[in-house]
Design a protein around this ligand. Sequence first.
Ligand SMILES: NC(=O)c1ccc[n+]([C@@H]2O[C@H](COP(=O)([O-])OP(=O)(O)OC[C@H]3O[C@@H](n4cnc5c(N)ncnc54)[C@H](O)[C@@H]3O)[C@@H](O)[C@H]2O)c1
Length: 341
Amino acid sequence: MNTKISKTTSDNLKKEIANLPTDLILIIIDHNISSLYSKVLNLQEIDGKKVIVWKAPDGEKVKNIKEYESCVEYFLDKGIHRKTHLIAFGGGATSDFAGFVAATLLRGIKWSVIPTTLLAMVDASIGGKVAINSKEVKNLIGAFHKPEHIWMNYKFLETLPPDEMKSGKGEILKYALLEKTIHDLVQSDSPMEEIINACGTFKLNLTEEDFQETGKRKILNLGHTFGHALEKIYNLSHGVAVLWGMAVMDIIYNNSKNLKTIKELKSKLNIEEEKSPWIKRDFPMDKIIELVKKDKKMVSNFDLEVIIVHEIGKPEIKTVDLETLAKDVSKVQDELKNLSL
Ligand SMILES: NC(=O)c1ccc[n+]([C@@H]2O[C@H](COP(=O)([O-])OP(=O)(O)OC[C@H]3O[C@@H](n4cnc5c(N)ncnc54)[C@H](O)[C@@H]3O)[C@@H](O)[C@H]2O)c1
């Protein structure tokens, strides 16, 4: 089964859901989305379907074992069957969580996504990686489980707070380094919808080709090795953490060759130049290495895979050992300290 991405409106969406081959729909909705959109898009009533709704805490707060337990027990108590279809309605945190629920309920039921953030539209809702967080490290408890449909409605972006837009733009910038066509779309001030569409198609094709991330799909982890650690330490949004993560890797392994391009792309995407999150704080290498070590990109007890972009559109997957990585970071301490993007 391949995922279908389609553009839709609120009216069409209800028809699409009514056409799903099931009589039971489960909805997991971010509670902010519920407050903002239940009146204009009431999914509690769908022609011919019984609908059970779980209102989830917003954002990252949903991705934990307790919430998972409460949610699956609630659905099981209500009574579900193998043809139940689950719908995630929210940003990437909601789709990560809901996808994991769908992957595990009755050993896997079908599911679809209505992404409401820029980041979810270009990245998180696509590709079937679903997960909740362990106590310390993100996404360690998860599965691969593709959604059937991703229903895009760009209108949701009208209520998205600026910081969340910035986070999505961080991921767009990642694609612009990985893929020349996307790079050119951003550089030529193309409409945001066109850019979103290009990013989504790029990720969809790559993830259909290498679903379980044994090869090519790994390039999507550009910036994530450090990104996840920085996200945790400095409490950054996901896409912004990936942006700094890409810059750090570029400084360490690419002689800072892409920093100028990253700044240009940032400016094209209307993200203001700023100093690094560690400018007034530590860059705690021990803590970073400790978090990197627990991340999923480790391929042995000592080695991890990192992505380097030597030329736009030509990423390379490189294996480095943690000890060397720590030494390589200390060699560029000064440049890191003065980094602004
Ligand atoms: N599975 C993947 O492949 C993948 C890829 C990238 C990121 N992710 C995950 O995605 C998560 C981040 O997701 P995100 O950035 O989409 O944000 P999010 O889901 O964490 O939501 C961020 C905030 O925006 C609010 N919000 C969402 N849509 C809104 C709208 N239309 N209007 C107003 N407010 C809105 C939410 O209520 C929340 O407060 C992280 O957990 C990350 O690990 C997963």
